[in-house]
Write a protein that binds this ligand. Sequence first.
Ligand code: Q9C
Ligand code: ZN
Length: 342
Amino acid sequence: MKIIHSPRHLGHSGHVELMNGQVVPAFEKPERVAMILNAVGERPFGTLIEPAAHGLDPLLKVHEEAYVRFLASAWQMWTADGRDFPALPSFWRAPGMRTDLEPESIDGKLGHFSFDAGCCMVAGTWDAVQAGADSALTGVDLMAGGEKSAFALCRPPGHHAHAATMGGYCFINNAAVAAQAFRDLGAARVAILDVDYHHGNGTQAIFYDRPDVLVCNIHADPAQEFPYFLGYTDETGAGAGEGFNANFPLRWGTDYAGWGAALDTACTRIADYGPDVVIVSLGVDTYKDDPISQFKLDSPDYLKIGARIAALDRPTLFVMEGGYAVEAIGINVANTLEGFLQ
Ligand code: Q9C
Ligand code: ZN
């Protein structure tokens, strides 16, 4: 299995987030990728390759142009106001306020295009984001060329990003960009299996009214956990997409007995759909010692996850999402891939 990775993710560093009302160093940090590279490097998985540049067109198929323009110019606008520290939104709308107007001010734009303070931007953020999206797109290219699977080691992650909204450490929705690229290359049906601890609200929203991309999410119950405002069981799709979104929310404290049962149900749904390709939004923040999460999966469980996904017997693109227990993230990702390949 080829692993697609760019060192340009390192440009997205030194950023912060809000935790318990305080500004703290971001949990989504560059060391995550270093640990994954170490762990996969110790096993006979295949070769590391750099992504090819794909430009903005494939991103614009799932993201709005004004949003991409904002991402590309935000750091320049923020620093033009004399600020030489990371950019963080702190103003949002309440229901009843205007959603149709993009403010001129960068402070207004940051709120207009975000749903939380989880997407801090620094000088190298946009370059890192583009390299991540290119990694996912290069994975699509490899599989279009006949590879049975690939792993896009994207950083920052993507599944919380909507068509015109950043949040939850995510700017461009790498899995959604890849799904659309598969469609444009001729795949009739794409299934996205999101196993990150958090609900993939952006991925759900992007494909909510479409039957050509089935989205299945296994995640912490949004009544208890971020992103709080999406990810319930009654969200099953809309219009032509009715029946093509499936959520499996699980309570805090869930271990592999409960989690694996949900995975089995989700995989059965995917098998019934008969996709040409499966995209796995691979978050390993389900791990028992994850610093911001409340599930109880242990490292050997990730071997079982990989094996269950392999049993679908479909071409499979893994796209990196979350996972913040830096000491175990590499083992857990490598175990997933090993379980898949065995
Ligand atoms: N500051 C992903 O796993 N913040 N995003 C929760 C802790 C949001 C996680 C509160 C967590 C987003 C891709
Ligand atoms: Zn997550």
